[in-house]
Design a binder for this molecule. Structure first.
Ligand code: NAD
Length: 351
């Protein structure tokens, strides 16, 4: 099996590449532009593996994509490359439109040109998996779940750009017959998560005794999924999912943000006892504009049709994650040092 993974140096992409290369034994070509969010160190476990190659390239570069696809001759393309941080999309949406919308269009076109020239059997077996988010569905009230049939209603520039790319992927299937499958997943967490996101930010600030910024009163609810469960789901969906369909992916692990932060504090207090409870570091900050109240995924289709189940509960996954950050400063320290401190809720870095 020959698989191209775009965005494979990112958080979810690198978990997927590790899974495909080390557990499945597939031949994998990782394509990644190594933006601020891409990190070759996240691929250390597969570096030097004979069945893994890395290409630094931008998905917006049509000739680079065409050449990479024609040379590698994949059976599957799993498309994860994206600008992914909601806060960044609010302060600067341009890169989100360029990468998530235009980049997906360029990649779909390169995939279509390659796929059209395959023989009939290879053409039927080929798959393009477009990896997306549950944020395209907008916000839920206190009850209800996002189903695959929930109408799109994105709130942020990030989710609007992902919604646009989902529509492009589906249209390339309906119009040109390209065998596309789409997945929409809830919030992921786990090892190699970039330090600006809520869970790693909380772990690292708590470890360093810095304030733990929480938007509003921390009442927003997210449905958390351990990243390795997502990687297994993506492998299942691309292999067995029906062409033209959407599969929702979620862990049935709804938590209010404040509960997530408190849980991390409790785990850290146990693993690395400090002078006082880390909960004392919690600092409520002005809410994010357009902040969706609640996301929750109904993953019944994936569970019943494809037989996937999350292996980690929130408690087991968060325990593993906190432990991983405690043990792997080699990975996160350089990223954090290089960082715009304001984004991390820290003092600005000295000039
Ligand atoms: P990430 O920001 O950690 O990684 C994105 C990767 O894409 C980075 O390695 C970056 O270098 C690369 N990239 C960005 N622009 C590129 C370009 N123009 N060309 C080539 N590479 C480029 O993101 P993530 O959290 O791993 O998310 C991966 C995918 O999964 C995204 O499509 C995201 O929308 C989706 N998703 C994420 C979550 C989540 O909770 N993180 C949940 C559901 C879906």
């Amino acid at each position: 099996m020959r698989v191209i993974v775009t965005g494979g140096a990112g958080f979810i992409g690198s978990a997927l590449v590790r899974f495909l290369v080390l557990e499945r034994g597939y031949d994998v070509l990782t394509i990644d532009a190594l933006t601020y969010a891409g990190c070759e160190a996240s691929l250390r476990a597969v570096a030097g593996q004979p069945n893994h190659r890395f290409l630094r390239a931008d998905i917006r570069d049509g000739s680079a994509m065409a050449q990479a696809i024609a040379t590698f001759r994949p059976d599957r393309i799993m498309h994860l490359a994206a600008e992914s941080h909601v806060d960044r999309s609010i302060t600067g949406a341009a890169d989100f439109i360029q990468t998530n919308v235009v980049g997906t269009f360029v990649l779909l076109e390169a995939a279509r040109a390659y796929w059209q020239d395959l023989d009939a059997a290879a053409k039927a077996a080929f798959r393009f998996l477009h990896v997306s988010t549950d944020e395209v569905y907008g916000s839920l009230g206190e009850t209800g779940l996002f189903a695959e049939t929930t109408p799109y209603d994105p709130s942020s520039p990030y989710s609007a750009s992902k919604a646009a790319s989902d529509h492009l992927a589906k249209a390339w299937q309906r119009t040109y017959g390209l065998p596309v499958v789409v997945s929409n997943c809830s919030n992921n967490y786990g090892p190699y998560h970039f330090p600006e996101k809520l869970i790693p930010l909380t772990i690292l600030n708590a470890l360093e005794g810095r304030p733990l910024p929480v938007y509003g009163q921390g009442e927003n609810v997210r449905d958390w999924l351990y990243v390795e469960d997502h990687a297994r789901a993506l492998d299942r969906i691309v292999a067995q999912g029906r062409v033209g369909e959407t599969y929702n992916v979620g862990g049935r692990n709804e938590r209010r943000n404040i509960e997530v932060v408190r849980r991390i504090c409790a785990v850290l207090d146990r693993l690395v006892p400090g002078a006082e409870p880390r909960e004392n570091l919690i600092t409520f900050v002005a809410d994010r504009p357009g902040h969706d109240a609640r996301y929750a995924i109904d993953a019944t289709r994936l569970e019943t049709e494809l037989g996937w189940r999350a292996r980690e509960t929130f408690d087991s996954g968060i325990e593993k994650t906190v432990q991983w950050y405690c043990d792997n400063a080699w990975w996160w320290r350089p990223l954090r040092d290089r960082y715009d401190g304001a984004r991390l809720g820290l003092e600005p870095a000295p000039a």
